[in-house]
Design a protein around this ligand. Structure first.
Ligand code: NAD
Ligand code: MG
Length: 399
């Protein structure tokens, strides 16, 4: 079998580096075609040394020049591309078999659509791209004949718990049950959430991740985005998606069938598991993730979301169902607001509880028609970000 050629979008991030860790375990199966990053020149250069990609892409011209210089000094065979649509180019090149989408945020939407239209195997970690893209994204997958595989641990778990033929899913699924760890603030006094710092919000008890998704896990907006992601990946009605808190993150999610039998997928919390599954599906390969030690496993527990004031603690979660049932495009508005609000919180411009306030306010302000193309989606995303910037500026001035 020929080695599979892989482009990793966002290779310097948490998912990107875990992907390359799995790839390095299987030099007979995979070769790296392209690596991309936003600003981390050093890390991307080290990755180029190790994986010898044909192409490397940096988000800015200045960073690309720095990388180019280093690559030239070492005489590597990697070309640095800097054109405006470099990400789309390396995601859709005819030589590529698989694309790992590991950019954070709506910035990953255009290259995801390019990979989908080019019929690639698209490994989706970048959940925001599907939340923003919605039906437009799915249409690109269908028209391009792409294979869309989930990397998010919950969605990988659901995919692993479903029968092979997607045509059988609608009649068989009763419910999709997403597990949530509850993040770092699951038991913290609700009144004290106003004062939490970015450092506290980024200290996740079970997973080590990028800062944006860490804050989303603390607000549980990550789970809201995952509910939307599940809706599009598995084609189920929003009311058939349920969330339960499972603090140990051992059960990664479950499918309840029409007969009320439940199939779940379990594993240690290590993203190399779902990444290896996406890379090798329908086969299985070594991932580097530790096995569950059944003799030392702490008890697995579950908490309903209405316990311990969870509805008050995690008010953003309900927005998933509200936006899914609202006008088409509402999920894109919510995502943009949340990206801006999370960044403003990380920059210490707004408080933790004001992330939700910003999201609500932007949803109320932005009116829109149903987006039908990438252009419509990018316009709606930009407009929602402008509104969010205005809200954040007002809030920040009051704090
Ligand atoms: P991260 O911040 O660690 O890495 C993000 C990567 O994207 C980096 O390589 C960065 O250089 C690149 N990037 C950021 N902004 C960019 C831009 N504007 N243009 C081009 N490149 C850009 O993030 P992460 O934790 O690896 O998460 C990546 C995605 O995977 C997110 O959508 C996240 O929700 C999802 N995800 C992550 C985890 C996890 O365990 N980290 C689990 C499930 C899903
Ligand atoms: Mg997840």
């Amino acid at each position: 079998m020929r080695r599979q050629r892989l482009t990793v979008l966002g290779s310097t991030g948490s998912i990107g580096t875990s992907t390359l860790d799995v790839v390095a375990r299987h030099p007979d199966r995979f070769e790296v075609f392209a690596l991309t990053a936003s600003t981390q020149v050093e890390v991307l250069f080290e990755q180029c040394l190790r994986f010898a990609p044909r192409y490397a892409v940096m988000a800015s011209d200045a960073h690309a020049r720095l990388l180019e210089e280093k690559i030239r000094e070492r005489g590597l065979n990697t070309s640095v591309i800097r054109s405006g649509d470099a990400l789309e180019t390396v995601a859709s090149d005819a030589a590529v078999d698989m694309v790992m989408a590991a950019i954070v945020g709506a910035a990953g939407l255009a290259p995801c659509l390019a990979a989908a239209r080019a019929g690639k195997r698209l490994l989706l970690a970048n959940k925001e791209a599907l939340v923003v893209g919605g039906e437009v994204f799915l249409q690109a997958v269908r028209e391009g004949g792409a294979t869309l595989l989930p990397i998010d641990s919950e969605h990988s778990a659901i995919f692993q718990s479903l029968p092979e033929d997607p045509a059988t899913w609608p009649q068989r699924i009763d419910k999709i049950i997403l597990t949530a760890s509850g993040g770092p603030f699951r038991t913290r006094a609700v009144e004290s959430l106003r004062a939490v710092t970015p450092e506290e919000a980024c200290a996740h008890p079970n997973w080590s991740m990028g800062r944006k998704i860490s804050v989303d896990s603390a607000t549980m907006m990550n789970k809201a985005l995952e509910v939307i992601e599940a809706r599009y990946l598995f084609g189920v009605a929003p009311r058939r998606i349920e969330v339960v808190i499972h603090p140990q993150s051992i059960i990664h999610s479950m499918v309840q069938y029409q007969d009320h039998s439940v199939v779940a997928q379990l594993g240690t919390p290590d993203m190399r598991g779902p990444i290896a599954y996406g890379l090798s599906w329908p086969e299985r390969i070594a991932s580097g993730a530790a096995a569950i030690d059944w003799h030392r496993l702490p008890p697995m527990t579950f908490e309903p979301l209405d316990d311990h004031g969870h509805a008050e603690r995690f008010p953003g979660l309900a927005l998933a169902w509200q936006t899914l049932e609202g006008a088409s495009g509402s999920c894109a508005v919510l995502n943009a607001a949340n990206e801006v609000a999370v960044q403003a919180f990380l920059d210490r411009r707004i408080r933790f509880d004001q992330i939700h306030h910003t999201n609500l306010e932007v949803l109320a302000r932005v009116q829109h028609a149903a987006p039908a193309s990438l252009g419509d989606l990018l316009e709606l995303d930009a407009r929602s970000r402008r509104e969010a910037d205005a809200v954040v500026t007002t809030l920040g001035a009051r704090n």
